[in-house]
Write a protein that binds this ligand. Structure first.
Ligand code: J2J
Length: 522
């Protein structure tokens, strides 16, 4: 596929020879006993046989619409049966889903459709107050497909036909596109091949001890790498367990589902873990079936990790992952101290790690530096982004994570901070540059800079510094949020706080000093 950077031949040969890459495809992950429950979502309860049949019918339906191997399809669906069936159907025919989050709005979705030259866009009719359909009608795609009330658009339910033989994808094809957290003005797409993503989910399932007895509750968006494949929904399917979809991580939605379905595992971001630690005191449900709580996406404090076993009655696992690839997990049998204090160690023996200083030189063992990595499931380049790739990768193909880490003698990593210009708001990633560009479009704004400020619940919140044009009235936070909403920006990117400033502090080379700004609000 044009715009995709493959692994070099020698490494590809090695990953194959050593068994990391197999011939298995994403469309074949349904490996449970046909009569067992694969998926519980709302009122739906589907066995493996039923889910497989639904996926085959939808695959035939997509072929009937003219979608083909190599096409891209932007998918924006919440945690519903429709998401799971659509994902499986598309990967079976080799059309790659571009996985948007339900929170994305027009500015993100239009860009994703354009960048990927998507043939189709698939969405729900509504998300609470937000109606996706008016936006959907204006997108540059051949097909708009809607789950729910489709009005004059194509109903997802109608994408259904008798199964036909499918000329499926090759394991080296791009199977799915994930979204990068982003550090640039525009988000980046991460191509994941069938073989690297299958390895990602199978190896994760093994390290996390998933079996056919696993009942996995999904509270994060299933379209996010963590909940999809680390081991996530797909890792459960590959090991024959049951997936239970929750609309959210709120204890009043999640706890009743844990009780009713006897869920054994759940993946959460730190703010949800903190909420649960508090909620057990007033929620009445029996959550004693829970065996493992995976916490990742942002740093989880050691003190709070230590509370999980006593308060929630289950083991905790820290996960330091990224949609770009590399996954670090604390192991289930790691000493307590490593589980609480570290963010895990690389999943694969073939993951290569370097911790380097500003000049790219390896730091002394145990010192803090930027984490670089390459391996059998880490991308070699963002999709259609040659200039950005020249900066994001070393000449020998290591991905510069932008994360500052310390490596312990055990190989476990402690995340100490971040070099990239990004805010990690409770696991939601916000590119400072992207938000700044939106703010700069406001008529009263002369200059803008966005920084993260520490927050006990979210880890960080977003603070925007604005320099107001002469003679203009400074907008307040509500006006700025309304402005961003009109521009079609996802709400999780809205600033939590505004600060007016006469001028922005600069570094000696003339760049805005985010350090100085962050210091002002602390
Ligand atoms: C500190 N920072 C972390 C952690 C991610 C599993 C888990 C998370 C993600 C994810 C994921 C962190 N402590 N435990 O894809 O499969 C920050 C780092 C990292 C960035 C990646 C998965 N876990 N981070 O969060 O692509 O800065 O993936 O580079 O959204 O989140 O973000 P994302």
């Amino acid at each position: 596929m044009e715009g995709f950077t493959p692994w070099p031949d020698d490494l590809a040969a090695r990953y194959e020879a050593e068994g990391y890459w197999t011939g298995r495809l994403l469309g074949d992950v349904l490996r449970g006993d046909p009569s067992r429950t694969a998926l519980v979502a709302g009122d739906d309860r589907l066995t493996y046989a039923e889910l497989d049949a639904r996926a085959s019918r939808a695959a035939a339906g997509f072929l009937g619409l003219g979608l083909r191997r190599g096409d891209r399809v932007v998918v924006q669906l919440p945690n519903t049966t429709a998401f799971v069936v659509t994902f499986l159907a598309l990967v079976r025919i080799g059309a790659a889903p571009v996985l948007a989050l339900p929170a994305h709005r027009e500015s993100e979705i239009r860009y994703l459709c354009e960048l990927s030259e998507a043939r189709a866009y698939i969405c729900a009719d509504r998300d609470g107050d937000f109606d996706y359909r008016p936006m959907a009608r204006t997108l540059p795609v051949d097909h708009v497909i809607v789950d729910g009330d489709a009005q004059e658009l194509t109903a997802l339910a109608s994408v259904d036909a008798d199964p036909v033989p499918v000329d499926g994808p090759a394991p080296s094809d791009v199977g799915v596109f994930l979204l990068s957290g982003g550090t640039t003005g525009l988000p980046k797409l991460i191509p994941r091949t069938h073989r690297d993503y299958v390895y990602n989910l199978e190896a994760s399932a093994e390290v996390c001890g998933f079996t056919s007895a696993t009942v996995y509750l999904v509270v994060l968006p299933a379209a996010h790498n963590f909940a999809l494949a680390c081991p996530g929904v797909l890792g459960v399917f590959a090991t024959g367990g049951t997936v239970v979809l929750s609309p959210s991580g709120s204890p009043d939605e999640a706890f009743p589902l844990i009780e009713r379905e006897r869920a054994t595992v759940c993946a959460v971001v730190p703010p949800i873990a903190l909420l649960w630690l508090d909620a057990v005191t007033w929620q009445e449900e029996d959550i004693s079936s829970l065996r493992l709580l995976q916490v990742g996406g942002a740093k989880f404090a050691a003190e709070r990790a230590a509370e999980v076993p006593d308060v929630l009655g289950c083991q905790v696992q820290q996960v330091f992952g990224m949609a770009e690839g590399l996954l670090n997990y604390t192991r289930l049998d790691d000493p307590r101290d490593l589980i609480e204090r570290t963010q895990g160690r690389p999943l694969s023996p073939a993951d290569e790690i370097r911790v380097v200083d500003e000049d790219g030189k390896q730091v002394a063992p145990g010192e803090v530096g930027e984490l670089l990595t390459r391996g059998p499931y880490t991308l070699r380049g963002y999709y259609r982004a040659p200039e950005h790739n020249a900066r994001s990768f070393t000449p020998d193909g290591f991905y510069r994570t932008g994360d500052l880490v310390r490596e312990l003698p055990s190989g476990n990593l402690i995340v100490e901070g971040r070099e990239k210009d990004q805010i990690n708001r409770g696991g939601d990633k916000i590119s400072a540059e992207e938000l700044e560009n939106h703010l700069l479009a406001h008529p009263a704004v002369h200059d803008a800079a966005v920084v993260g400020i520490p927050d006990p619940m979210m880890g960080e919140r977003t603070c925007a510094f604005l320099v107001i044009r002469e003679g203009q009235k400074a907008p307040d936070l509500r006006e700025i949020k309304d402005f961003l909403r009109t521009r079609g920006v996802a709400a999780y990117k809205f600033p939590d706080r505004l600060e007016e400033s006469d001028a922005l502090p600069r570094t000696p080379v003339g760049k805005i000093s985010k350090k100085a700004l962050a210091a002002r609000v602390q």
